[in-house]
Design a protein around this ligand. Structure first.
Ligand code: MLT
Ligand code: ZN
Length: 456
């Protein structure tokens, strides 16, 4: 039997807290929790513990704190910056069993969801009550509420509703001392000091363990139209999006490029979206209580050049148009382990950045494959580079420095995780980082939660 910090005693205490079935120590079983989705980030956990209630999470935190064993909170493990991958010897605190969903509160248009509820289940649940959840993303079947809060997830609808932080009315979270902060009453106004839910949103598991969230809901629109538009390049896409922003129904504006679409088609067997191979393809979607098709058509017809456009209003046909965009992530992963560089630029600098970044990558990593796509309405490009070894960060460094030169940010929506913490000072000042470090120290003085993530 190992000593006080030994694996056996720790496992025994955790088994007593959550039950033997929920403490995983078999290396084969743990493997899926230790590696991130891209394959770039690989850790080695001491064990995986799966508490079933908030009280059990608090017990787990207290047990680990008592022996000084680090905790890595994990939800659907769909993050793309290594933020849920453990340092050697850490405990993975998996929140999947916290999957309770309260009935939808129609009076306030809110719902309380456990950290382990998947986005798809949340969407179905609120949809059955006649409402929608404003945040949507392609990993919806696996991404969970807790992880989406912890990473302040963005996704496809940010230009209309904002990201996850904008939907969080309150959270429940377990602190490093085992205390529980619970703000789930759904108060729309509550001006009583520091906004802890807002602070935990985007804290990447470094301050506390989010166990539930009270979420704002949006109308479930009866009418939705999706259009795919072939264009000459990103400047044309930006001009068109500027025009479409006047539509109050505009919900998504996504961009992709010819070489990425080729890779998607090769991987999925999808046909090319147009007979002409356009350098750039824009996907826009509008949703409203009354049919937005005429408004969208009028805005597209007012464009200076005729546009090659495919339009769909029925569910399956719209999903078909989305597939070229949504299947980029899996298609990129299929050609190799990607460097996923999720960046944001001032809209006025996006086109210059895009034209500069491709030759820059070719210079730093000759022969690498670059696939760019993203949320053009938000100034957010996903620069994916396949070719350099996972631990060769030369291309990451070059791209982040170009972003900084354009006054952008090295993370738009994926967070910092392990992937980007070495570059945080490129786009956050020394005073910013000192303030963040002071907050970390106040919440987690022992460095229990997610060491090696976010802060340099
Ligand atoms: C997306 O927009 O599809 C996601 O952020 C995933 C990705 O960047 O691959
Ligand atoms: Zn994205």
């Amino acid at each position: 039997m190992a000593g006080a910090g030994g694996v056996d005693l720790l496992a025994e205490q955790l088994v007593a807290a959550v039950g033997a079935a929920h403490v995983l120590t078999d290396p084969d079983v743990m493997a899926g929790f230790e590696r991130d989705w891209t394959g770039r980030w690989q850790g080695r956990a001491r064990l995986v513990v799966r508490p079933g209630t908030t009280a059990e999470v608090a017990q787990v935190v207290q047990i680990c704190a008592a022996v000084g064993v680090a905790i890595v909170p994990q939800g659907g493990n769909t993050g793309l910056v290594g933020g849920a991958v453990p340092d050697a010897g850490a405990v993975i605190l998996h929140l999947g069993r916290l999957d309770h969903l309260d009935p939808v509160d129609l009076t306030s248009a809110q719902v309380t969801a456990g950290a382990g509820v998947t986005l798809a289940r949340l969407q179905d649940h609120v949809g059955a009550a006649g409402l929608a959840f404003p945040v949507d993303l392609a990993a919806r079947d696996s991404a969970t509420v807790g992880g989406m809060v912890a990473t302040n997830a963005g996704g496809l609808h940010v230009l209309r509703y904002g990201g996850m932080r904008s939907q969080v009315v309150g959270v429940e979270a377990v602190m490093a001392n085992g205390g529980i902060v619970r703000r789930l009453d759904g108060l729309i106004k509550d001006n009583t000091g520091y906004d802890l839910p807002g602070l935990l949103c985007g804290s990447e598991g470094t301050l506390a363990v989010v166990t539930a969230a009270r979420l704002r809901l949006s109308p479930l629109f009866a009418h939705r139209v999706t259009a795919l538009i072939g264009l000459e390049g990103l400047p044309a896409a930006l001009d068109l999006v500027a025009r479409l922003r006047t539509l109050t129904s505009l919900e998504a504006a996504e961009v992709m490029f010819a070489s990425g679409i080729d890779i998607v088609c090769a991987h999925t067997g999808l046909p090319a979206p147009f007979p002409v191979r356009y350098p750039c393809v824009l996907l826009v979607e509008c949703a409203a209580a009354t049919d937005p098709v005429d408004d969208l058509a009028a805005a597209l017809l007012a464009a200076p050049e005729p546009l090659d456009t495919a339009v769909a209003t029925a569910g399956a046909a719209r999903a078909g148009l989305w597939s070229w965009r949504e299947r980029h992530t899996e298609a990129v992963n299929a050609i190799g382990v990607p460097h996923k560089l999720d960046v944001t630029l001032p809209l006025g600098s996006m086109a210059a950045f895009e034209s500069e970044v491709r030759p820059l990558i070719e210079k730093v990593a000759p022969g690498a494959t670059t696939v760019i796509f993203g949320h053009v309405g938000d100034g957010n490009l996903h620069v994916n580079v396949v070719g350099p070894a996972p631990d060769d960060d030369g291309v990451d460094d070059a791209v982040f420095r170009l972003v900084a030169a354009h006054h952008g940010s090295i993370s738009a929506e994926h967070g910092i995780g392990r992937a980007k913490r070495g570059w945080l000072d490129l786009t956050r000042s020394a005073d910013d980082i000192a303030a963040m470090a002071a907050i970390k120290m106040a919440f987690d003085p022992g460095g229990l939660f997610n060491p090696g993530v976010l802060l340099p």
